[in-house]
Design a protein around this ligand. Sequence first.
Ligand code: NAD
Ligand code: IPM
Ligand code: MN
Length: 349
Amino acid sequence: MSTPLIAILAGDGIGPEVTAEARRVLDALGLDLTFEEALVGGAAYRASGHPLPAATLDLARRADAILFGAVGDPACDTLERALRPEQAILGLRKELRTFANLRPARIFEGLEDASTLKPEVARAIDLVIVRELNGDVYFGEKGRRTNAAGLREGHDLMRYDEDEVRRIARVGFETAAKRRGKLCSVDKANVLETSQLWRDVVIEVAADYPTVELTHMYVDNAAMQLVRNPGAFDTIVTGNLFGDILSDQASMCVGSIGMLPSASMDAGGKGLYEPIHGSAPDIAGQGKANPCAAILSAAMMLRHSLGQAAAADRVEAAVAAALRAGVRTPDLGGDASTRAMGDAVLAAL
Ligand code: NAD
Ligand code: IPM
Ligand code: MN
């Protein structure tokens, strides 16, 4: 590979703060990488009138991988939907066809007391949520109208076709096969026709993966089991909306939303890497944000898009060492700043 190009799309709120720490870690590795930055989200809207300007999308397309911060700005919440910051990440996921979102949740040594679960329950967590990212109620037809009774009405269509389910199911099985061989498909097939199709197709795909043990669980039960006995989960495969909700829940089980990275992959190995959290307007600009999720997202980028597995291992080990040494941001019960947390990871590298 010629020198890989990394697009840095830091975005809004704490996005730039945590992405800066991830960038420092990448720089310290001394790899042959080039970086190009562009505005995205509310920052881009302010500068150019659109949350995903053509130049930003063009950079994302040209890049070998994208390191994304977060988008979202309360001041933009009343804009027409197409101009809101969130449309930038939704647009990138759709345009880049990054349909497979991997959200690993594992407990780092010493963080049992940061979890809201009992330490012995939290200690057992090592799971990955494989979330479908290009379909579901997110991208179905949506609208508002005044109905026959004269009432305001809104709707968002939940839909998947069998090919969309099949390709994410395959990622689920492949992921489980490389881990502990257990795949739990989460749906709501007792109520939703979309989910019944999902379940039917997942069962069909299972025929190609005889070594993986497949189970099915309704999403309400899955939410309960995630706090009752999360150690029982290995790989979860689910739709866009359920995956969004369950991953925020899983993050707190392992200590904080500031700990969960993600990789959003297309069919060819190109990826967009981002923490699962948002722009956190309540703490933005205060140096309080936990940069671990962003740093761990950079590690996932090294592993999944850049063929740098050893460097990824190094970064993950450095995060573990920094936490083991007791350096913690406020979300983990400490008082380290975003920069100090980054410094500790760099020192451990
Ligand atoms: P959020 O994830 O931004 O924040 C939820 C809570 O978690 C807040 O109290 C916040 O302070 C805390 N938190 C989040 N990340 C943290 C970190 N790294 N360290 C310490 N604490 C952290 O979710 P929200 O408040 O529902 O949304 C805020 C904005 O972000 C909204 O505009 C939303 O649409 C957007 N959002 C964007 C993304 C994304 O860019 N992928 C993801 C989620 C939410
Ligand atoms: C996430 C976020 C996004 C989602 C929003 C900002 C569109 O919550 O990445 O988890 O719902 O996918
Ligand atoms: Mn989310």
